[in-house]
Design a protein around this ligand. Structure first.
Ligand SMILES: [Ca+2]
Length: 197
């Protein structure tokens, strides 16, 4: 019985490790950031442009100016996407404290991930969010250098919905039809007659 309990314990440990592994497991969604328009708050110099973080090559990288916080890199997916995974492949110059954020307009941002214990390497993050823009926003560097990413990958699917605040649209007026607020007024005959008539 003791041996069997030990075996069950080992099985439980294995299952636990597998479950823990799913935290960083890749979603089935495709890569949607490759080659997309990308901008950054700064670059260290020629050869370290923002586009180097979405060119699919792990031998080219974006690097921000050294010794300065905060710095960011932003990718424009071209249209609203539902985002399920973000993968950051840090160069030696990693972020210790950073957020991954999404936005529908490039100015108002929503955190989908944040950490103050970044240790570099590859951060393969399962996230839940939507937006047209996705950025990494670093506020504390792990080294005296800047922030540098070999690759910044966003996975998801197009067609996600914008937050309600950005989906409000005013329909164009229909010719020959009054706006609703005018229609809501009493009929003309019941309105007071304009003075002077
Ligand atoms: Ca690259």
């Amino acid at each position: 019985m003791v041996g069997r309990r030990t075996a069950l314990g080992a099985l439980g440990l294995v299952l636990g490790l597998l479950a823990a592994g799913t935290i960083s497991a890749s979603a089935a969604d495709p890569l949607v950031s490759g080659g997309k328009a990308v901008t950054a708050s700064s670059i260290e110099g020629l050869g370290f442009e923002a586009a180097k973080a979405v060119d699919g090559s792990t031998s080219t990288r974006w690097a921000s100016v050294e010794g300065h916080d905060p710095e960011w890199l932003r990718v424009d997916l071209g249209s609203t996407h539902t985002i399920s995974r973000v993968k950051l492949n840090w160069e030696v110059a990693y972020a210790k404290t950073y957020r991954v954020q999404t936005s529908s307009d490039g100015s108002t941002w929503t955190d989908v991930y944040s950490t103050s214990a970044g240790d570099g390497g590859v951060d393969d993050l399962t996230v839940s969010g939507s937006g047209r823009y996705v950025r990494v926003y670093g506020t504390a560097r792990g080294t005296t250098y800047g922030y540098s990413l070999w690759e910044f990958e966003v996975y998801g699917v197009g067609g996600g919905t914008n937050p309600p605040t950005t989906t409000t649209t005013t329909p164009p007026p229909v010719p020959g039809r009054r706006p609703a607020e005018v229609q809501a007024r009493p009929p003309v005959g019941q309105q007071p007659r304009p003075a002077g008539r």
